[in-house]
Unconditional design. Structure first.
Length: 183
């Protein structure tokens, strides 16, 4: 959501954004990735332990992080779940985020975000981080983004899908280099 909001904010208040790092998102998304996310977002989840949370995280994200170990899945679960004051473990996002996706269905009218992307990436320093296995930001979409904004910095993180955690060596190196060049 952050990348989409950044593109929109740049169109509305250009001075509010100095530079941007887009993490595996662009002005359009691949329908297969959106369908995968819509299939699990907002669905009730019964979690009785942190081990259950890690198993759930693995079940819905193994396609994006095929190399993750059990320790990685435990850490991932602690990013997407939180322990309530009563001890229950629940997802740490608003499940209603999926309502508009489901309501719109496959025939949804998708806004054209390309003008917003071009305004951002042609006028502001921009780095696009893409997971090489991403099903949300396809290689084709990323290629069209690079063509639309030739000055945009780009890194592809091998072995991960949507979205890189940004702690991968390739992502970290690109981010540090990008930030060192931003005024």
């Amino acid at each position: 959501m952050g990348g989409l909001i950044t593109m929109a904010l740049t169109a509305i208040r250009p001075k509010a954004v100095v530079a941007a790092i887009l993490n595996d998102i662009g002005p359009e998304v691949a329908p297969e990735g959106l369908a995968r996310i819509a299939a699990y977002s907002g669905q009730p989840v019964e979690i009785g332990s942190w081990a259950d949370a890690a198993a759930y995280a693995k079940r819905i994200n193994a396609v994006a992080f095929p190399h993750y170990s059990d320790a990685d899945w435990d850490a991932f679960a602690r990013r997407i779940f939180r322990q309530q004051p009563d001890g229950e473990i629940g997802l740490d996002y608003d499940p209603d985020i999926a309502v508009p996706i489901r309501a719109a269905g496959a025939k949804a009218l998708v806004p054209n975000l390309w003008p917003m992307f071009r305004r951002l990436a042609r006028k502001k320093p921009t780095l696009l981080v893409r997971g090489a296995n991403s099903d949300l930001l396809s290689a084709d979409i990323a290629g069209r983004m690079k063509k639309a904004a030739p000055a945009m910095a780009y890194v592809e993180v091998p072995g991960v899908g949507h979205a890189p955690m940004l702690d991968e060596p390739e992502a970290k190196a690109a981010i540090f280099e990008f930030l060192s060049e931003v005024d």
